[in-house]
Design a protein around this ligand. Structure first.
Ligand code: SF4
Length: 919
């Protein structure tokens, strides 16, 4: 057992502040005293930004245990709380806040002792890294230096240590095979394991899923299945069974697409039943594939390590380099890089280490053969199963680098989100931020900026010097791109001093949006206006901006043509790597050309008749009264139309599945609407449908409480209700809000009170912690509660006691945006009209939020909505048989405190009675 490190330590929570001196006496102290102590000498603490926010002193720094953990155990999971750290290190967890300073000393002692141990698995690279961190004055460097032995042999530098990927031959087309139902059932039985209980719903579901893997009869006519699977039927293995059979027999790849990272993690786990970790040749049959902006770019990292980053961000770069050497796949967002690492460094350091802006130089990069992104793309092309997200599948279908890597057999799990994903994938936004990115991509970074980012001329220097016409096109594009906004554009807009045609247009957009704003109390948040009745000056500015964009697009088109010519008539110096680089450049050029064409189309409509297929608007994006973007937006009225064309039509088999694929009104599941929303009508296809109901006992394990005496808009009453509900259930509450403003107000009023009762409260957008980590913290502590907004409504998967009560602040009405208004108006013509359109959205949100509560058959809990007016027609959002009670807050508190199963439960008929009597 190691000794505690004899350094003073500090802990601050909402309940108070504690200091422990080096010799071992812990005492409570004031915030001011803690700040003074931290300024005097570096203190041991945990999560400095969080402690700083608790103390109200943003400049706080010290010896952060999380940074030390990231250095000693890169790529190892740790919940960033005292309890989580204790678990990760095998120490006893503190029983209360006052015990935390001692734990910090013990944890520091244990981590320092690890450096001396022969068993330290992550020793390689540590000594060299520590020398660099010492030069950067990392507070831990001096503490660690005496304990990290200098290696006898020089350590391998990260960039030599990482393995190279292998070039692989193109895969042949998948064989045409038919998977028979008995085969599927037998395989499912193998996957679920000997002796597992046979679930009829799952078997039916798996047989249905097999349908999408059959050979296609006609071109552009994929097999499509819409399958609704209630929570708990085991849908993942249900579709993996036929998918793995098909992949094995046909030699093809199945893509499973999810909306949340949680499900990706779960799929990775479950796929281990159907596939081994590696094939005999060492390649992985299952690959998680994400957008390139998720992965570490080694060239950016090298640049950051060699002076591109300074101060704290440089320390982050070294900790990331430690991680990169041990990471499974280089995924920085939701992979094995701790989600909390980036937030310790406050700035956008993590994003700057990824390839956010498509500036990759492909084979021109010295790390190309070790690049995580390239490795993942190559692995995916050879995989049996690719786990991806909806946006990436759609982008890949639309502009995958080569036809062979485009998905043709796709399972969209969390299929209820396909519409939203298509909505954002197939939209266009001509905003200042987007336009300045294009400028940087073409011209390069502006003066004074650090980093390796280079423009088109530098990236294609060799082609430009070899091919004169190509060189001229690059020059012309650079000249034309001067018309795009440059650094400081937002400031110039605010001062009515725009520079260039695009800034001129954005200035007009901003002025018109403000002139028409009537949002009143929403001041400080985003505002928008429609594109009808626009003033002449704006329409004129749009015309000039469109011409300027065309001037950029034309030379880019010419350049694309020249690159193609160079590839066709390849010069001697063009080796395989050079070819790959030019192909990469062509691909990113094509993407930019399409983007600019979409912007031109958007501008050409302004001032003319509206196109009924699209919804256009102008917007100023603001956060807390600070503007961060201005621009024009275009969305499809029905984004499933381009989805059908781009994703469905070329595919052979597509399945959309979810627990909430259909809306359920009083008359039952609405399949007609689910089919209409699937995109299939745009191909004149009638999809197959299937339904397997949840085996969970909702009637006995859950209760919906509609609290009728909290007035809408009464923040003190709302905050009081949240605090009392959290106390009544002794924590374990997930609080869902539709507005960040109200959530912050509630949090500010109740966090201290709850902390004093030993009930920690965390909140999205308040605590300086990313959402994934907040969920980990919540899951790890059965007395913790978590407040949040949309992302938590279906991103949280917390089975067991940690989540036993969900509280919604009100009925989740849709925000009356321009886009919503347009779709609502279009729906007014359909059966049920505009109200039904809104009801469907609300019921879907309620169903998703309710879905957080019961994740396994042993879960039980309350779902509380604080709403004096909750229309009965929305009650069908909850699973059939779930008891619903309209009650006062006091009655709700009694029920929550008593727990489920202790009192009488109203069932089906009683629920209707209760509902009808109140509305
Ligand atoms: S190949 Fe591209 S993404 Fe990969 S390390 Fe090099 S520049 Fe970064």
């Amino acid at each position: 057992m190691s000794q505690p490190l004899p350094l003073p330590s500090l802990h601050a929570s909402h309940a108070g502040t504690w200091l422990r001196d080096a010799n071992g006496a812990t005492r409570g102290c004031s915030k001011g005293e803690a700040v003074m102590a931290a300024a005097d000498t570096p203190l041991l603490l945990m999560n400095a930004p969080l402690v700083a926010s608790r103390l109200g002193y943003p400049d706080l720094s010290g010896l952060d245990l999380l940074e030390l953990f990231a250095f000693i155990h890169p790529a190892k999971f740790c919940v960033p709380t005292p309890k989580g750290l204790a678990h990760a290190l095998g120490l006893e967890e503190p029983t209360d806040d006052a015990g935390v300073p001692l734990l910090l000393q013990q944890a520091a002692g244990a981590l320092v002792a690890t450096c001396e141990s022969d068993d330290w698995a992550e020793r390689e690279g540590a000594w060299s890294s520590l020398q660099s961190l010492s030069r950067l004055r990392w507070p831990w460097a001096n503490v660690l230096a005496p304990h990290v032995k200098k290696p006898e042999k020089a350590e391998k530098w990260l960039f030599t240590r990482l393995p190279e990927w292998e070039e692989t031959p193109e895969r042949p087309q998948p064989a045409q095979v038919l998977i028979e139902e008995p085969q599927i059932e037998a395989h499912l039985e193998r996957l679920t394991g000997e002796g597992a209980e046979k679930r009829e719903g799952q078997r039916l579901y798996a047989r249905g899923a097999g349908h999408v893997f059959g050979p296609r009869d006609r071109q552009k006519r994929p097999h499509v299945l819409l399958a609704q699977a209630g929570t708990g039927i085991g849908k993942t293995l249900g579709y993996l069974a036929p998918a793995s059979l098909w992949a094995a027999q046909s030699g093809g790849t199945v893509w499973v697409s999810t909306y949340t990272k949680n499900l990706q993690r779960q799929l990775r786990r479950e796929s281990a039943r159907a596939w081994p970790a590696t094939r005999p040749d060492g390649s992985p049959p299952v690959v998680v594939r994400k957008g390139r902006e998720n992965y570490l770019c080694l060239l950016n990292l090298e640049d950051a390590l060699q002076g591109g980053f300074a101060g704290r961000p440089a320390i982050l770069a070294h900790l990331v380099a430690r991680w990169a050497a041990y990471s499974q796949d280089g995924d920085m967002i939701g992979g094995d890089l701790p989600g909390w690492l980036g937030t310790l460094f406050r700035k956008r350091g993590i994003a700057a280490l990824t390839d956010q802006r498509g500036e990759c130089v492909y084979a021109g990069c010295p790390h190309y053969r070790k690049c995580f992104i390239e490795r993942s793309a190559r692995n995916a092309a050879q995989a049996d199963l690719v786990i991806a997200n909806h946006a990436l599948v759609m982008v890949n279908a639309a502009r995958g680098r080569d036809l062979a890597s485009r998905p043709t057999r796709i399972v969209f799990d969390e299929g209820h989100h396909v519409f939203d994903a298509a909505d954002s994938t197939f939209s266009a936004a001509l905003t200042g931020q987007e336009a300045i990115e294009l400028r940087r991509w073409i011209i390069g970074p502006e003066r004074n900026s650090r980093g390796r980012r280079r423009g088109l001329a530098a990236r294609l220097a060799d082609v430009a010097s070899y091919d004169e016409a190509g060189g001229d096109a690059v020059e012309a594009a650079i000249g034309a791109a001067e018309a795009l906004p440059s650094d400081g554009w937002l400031g110039r807009l605010a001062e009515a001093a725009p520079s260039g045609p695009l800034e001129e247009l954005l200035g007009q957009v901003r002025a018109v949006t403000y002139a028409r704003d009537e949002s009143g109390q929403e001041a400080g948040y985003g505002i928008e206006t429609e594109t009808s009745q626009l003033p002449g000056e704006l329409v004129e500015a749009a015309g000039t901006a469109a011409q300027a964009l065309a001037q950029i697009r034309q030379p880019l088109l010419k350049l694309a043509g020249r690159l193609e010519a160079v590839l066709e008539d390849a010069p001697d110096w063009l080796d395989g790597q050079g070819r790959a680089r030019i192909e990469g450049a062509r691909h990113s050029l094509a993407w930019r050309i399409d983007l600019i064409a979409a912007w031109e189309a958007l501008l050409s409509r302004l001032g003319g008749p509206a196109d009924p297929e699209f919804v256009d608007w102008l917007a100023v994006d603001r956060n807390d009264a600070r503007e961060f973007d201005v621009g024009l937006y275009r969305h499809w009225l029905d984004p499933m139309k381009p989805f059908a064309k781009v994703v469905l039509e070329p595919a052979h088999g597509v399945m959309l599945t979810s627990a909430t694929l259909t809306d359920r009104d009083e008359s039952g599941a609405d399949w007609e609407h689910a089919i209409a929303k699937s995109g299939t009508p745009h191909l004149d296809l009638l999809p197959k449908t299937a339904q397997a109901d949840s085996p969970f006992d909702y009637a006995g394990r859950a209760e919906v409480l509609i609290v009728t005496d909290i007035k809408r808009g009464d923040i003190p009453a709302l905050a009081g209700a949240y605090a009392r509900l959290i106390e009544a259930s002794d924590g374990g509450v997930l609080g869902l809000f539709t507005a960040i403003r109200r959530m912050r107000a509630v949090y500010g009023r109740i966090a201290d009170r709850l902390a004093r009762a030993g009930l920690p409260l965390y909140a999205q957008h308040v605590d300086p912690i990313d959402t994934g980590t907040l969920t980990d913290i919540f899951r790890d502590d059965a007395r913790a509660s978590l407040l949040g907004t949309d992302a938590l409504r279906d991103g949280v998967d917390v089975p067991g006691r940690s989540l036993r009560c969900v509280v919604m602040e009100s009925v989740p009405w849709p925000r009356p945006t321009i886009l919503h208004r347009a779709r609502r108006a279009a729906a007014a013509e359909e059966a049920g009209g505009a109200q039904r359109y809104d009801d469907r959205i609300i019921r879907a949100r309620l169903a998703q939020a309710f879905g957080r509560l019961i994740r396994s058959k042993d879960d039980a809990g309350h779902f509380v909505v604080l709403s004096p007016a909750f229309p009965s027609r929305l009650l069908s959002a909850f699973p059939e048989g779930t008891p619903v009670h309209r009650v006062t807050l006091d009655e709700a508190l009694k029920r929550v405190e008593r727990g489920i199963g202790a009192g009488e439960a109203e069932t089906g008929a009683a629920r209707e009675e209760a509902a009808d009597s109140d509305i």
